[in-house]
Design a protein around this ligand. Structure first.
Ligand SMILES: *Cc1c(COP(=O)(O)O)cnc(C)c1O
Length: 297
């Protein structure tokens, strides 16, 4: 499976929403990459698959929440490749959910366990499949890997160079996507702000700094990390975020309350504070999340 390039998702100009916010708003549509349920996990996981030469018959094991886009994407990639995905997911065991049925549709298997049981469950499944003589690959949660960061350095560099925005804004979770775009922006002299969707303060910045360090340690000092819009944690959505999500949908921009809606709130705050000047060209990097919006309705 070969990685996706910059041309595999469009940049759309959102003039009506941009006018409302007082900026020239461009949106990099990684939610429209040509793969089911598209988002940043598609770029990160395809880069990982290419770098490590995933092959038919492999067993791909990873972990994430029940609503994890990383787990869904891995299940679909495994099905496409003829590999097998096993997901170790934290949640309430026994709870029947559409997200689990989706994974079953793609032929994936899973365990739903408590958070402190994840490591043991992964170990058990690795042992079980290895005994059967299969090639087992354990992929870090969220595809938080060097290959994932590198994929975003490449697409970030090409996209920023072509469109020359004054600012780039993206949702920051594990920080790999933010790290990749940050490195690209740093090399081109364009500030990239990661709006945190869960982590606060030093812990959040440290994760991004580590990911930057895997590829370009010299870019670490200038990381911009805004942790004011987490709404108290992963999967928590305030009414302010819900209002922003509703505004965006009414302008034809499909964002969600877990990831991209928080990033858009960060962008709007930056305009209000004049950290982004009126009429500036802003590139909002859309990382996906449509499924997260649907389950919240
Ligand atoms: C996973 C995810 C993110 C966060 O990406 P990281 O590289 O982990 O920071 C942002 N948006 C969506 C929709 C995601 O699924």
């Amino acid at each position: 499976m070969s990685a996706f390039g910059a041309a595999d998702s469009p940049v759309d100009i959102y003039d009506r929403l941009g006018n409302e916010l007082g900026v020239e708003l461009l949106v990099k549509r990684d939610d429209l990459l040509p793969f089911p349920l598209a988002g940043n996990k598609v770029r990160k996981l395809f880069a990982e698959a290419e770098q490590n030469a995933w092959a038919p018959g492999d067993v791909l094991i990873t972990n994430g929440g029940v609503e994890s886009n990383h787990c869904r994407t891995l299940a679909l990639m495994a099905a496409r490749l003829g590999a097998h995905a096993h997901l170790v997911m934290h949640g309430v065991p026994g709870k029947e959910q559409p997200a689990l049925r989706l994974l079953e549709s793609a032929g994936a298997t899973y365990d739903v366990v408590l958070v402190d049981e994840i490591a043991q469950a992964i170990e058990d499944r690795v042992a079980e499949h290895s005994r059967m003589g299969r090639t087992v690959r354990v992929i870090p949660g969220g595809a938080h890997t060097k290959a994932g960061v590198e994929s975003y350095v490449d697409v970030g560099y090409e996209t920023i160079r072509e469109w020359e925005p004054a600012h780039v804004v993206v949702a920051s979770g594990t920080g790999a996507t933010h790290a990749g775009l940050h490195i690209a922006g740093d090399r081109l002299g364009v500030p990239v702000t990661g709006v945190s969707i869960a982590r606060r303060g030093e812990r959040g910045i440290a994760a991004v700094r580590e990911a930057v360090g895997w590829v370009a340690p010299e870019c670490a000092p200038s990381i911009r990390f805004d942790d004011r819009f987490t709404d108290g944690g992963y999967g928590v959505t305030s009414t302010s975020t819900t209002d922003t999500v509703a505004l965006a949908w009414r302008h034809g921009l499909p964002v969600d309350g877990t990831y991209t809606g928080k990033a858009l709130r960060g962008l709007i705050a930056m305009v209000g504070e004049q950290a982004i000047a009126p009429r500036d060209r802003v590139l909002f990097w859309h990382t996906g999340g449509l499924m997260n919006h649907l389950v919240s309705l």
